[in-house]
Each structure stands twice: as C-alpha cells, then as structure tokens.
Design a protein around this ligand. Sequence first.
Ligand code: FES
Length: 84
Amino acid sequence: MIHLQICQGTTCYIMGAAQLASACLQLPADVRDKVRVTGCRCLGLCRDGAFGDAPYVKIDDEILARATLESVLAALRARTEETP
Ligand code: FES
C-alpha cells in the first residue's frame, strides 16, 4: 500500500493543498485501491523561503513539491506499476 500524505500546514493549505486533498479523495479506480491518503502536519519544507514550492506531499519517502493532481497522479501511477 502506497501512503500519500498531503501537507495540511498553513502554507501548503493556502497554496492549494486543501483542493488537492479533495481531488485526491477521488483518485481513479486503477490507483485508488493501492493508495492510502492522509493529511499531515507541516513537513517543515516551507521554511527558509521555500514556501513558493508549496504545496508539498509525501509519497512514502519521496517528497513532491509544487504538487498538483496531475503530478501526484503521475507519481502514484509510476509506483502502482511497480507495486503488484
Ligand atoms: S506547511 Fe507544508 S511544508 Fe510547511
């Protein structure tokens, strides 16, 4: 099972994580059954001027910056093809 964590810290939330979380709850069927979607507290990546790369998500141990539904879906599909 792949674990998708969507940062729900203030910066990410403002930069689109709220909409991303809603969209990710309706992942396509070929991906949905292999992914557990949760929110998480600030990943600590928005500091030191990196807030412009928000929203951040974490897919297992991989961080994805400037996450969009398209980029998250692409990353998940790449992993689901590896995951039986
Ligand atoms: S709010 Fe998302 S990394 Fe800080």
